[in-house]
Write a protein that binds this ligand. Sequence first.
Ligand code: SF4
Length: 181
Amino acid sequence: MARLKFATVWLGGCSGCHMSFLDLDEWLFDLAAQVDFVYSPFVDAKDYPEDVDIVLVEGAIANSEHLDLIQKIRQRSKILVSFGDCAVTGNVTALRNPFGSAEPVLQRCYIEAADIRGQIPQELGIVPPLLDKVVPVHSVVSVDVYLPGCPPDANRIRAALEPLLRGEKPQLEGREFLKFG
Ligand code: SF4
């Protein structure tokens, strides 16, 4: 049987969802026996490849780079999993939205809170501009599976991945698998 192409992506999140993924511990060996890790913060791949079977997307869409990358991910992936509360709702990453736009957030962080010589980081092509509003993944592209949690614990991640590896859609039900936070 052909090995599945598997990816994980880190957008506007704290990486806690990826840390929880590592809590899968020895089951990671089972996963590694069935898939090729083609793109992830855990592997050294620079470009998101074509024909990915399953991708876990951590984090909300918070800057222009996320916006471009999520479109590419959608075009090149069969099953896109919104991985964790930031991806599903915006969650912590979207806490800045009440400021109304990116500018007051940058001013507060890099000018008002600076100890010396405050300066807003900006370098065309290197520092992606923040979007004025942080949005969840499904507001930009279609999502196939929602995996809530901040972070989703390892059991919940496994409960979603096992059916996906068999080519089935996960049936996550009840507080154990669908609770936010
Ligand atoms: Fe971090 Fe929670 Fe967001 Fe995951 S859902 S990226 S753990 S804040």
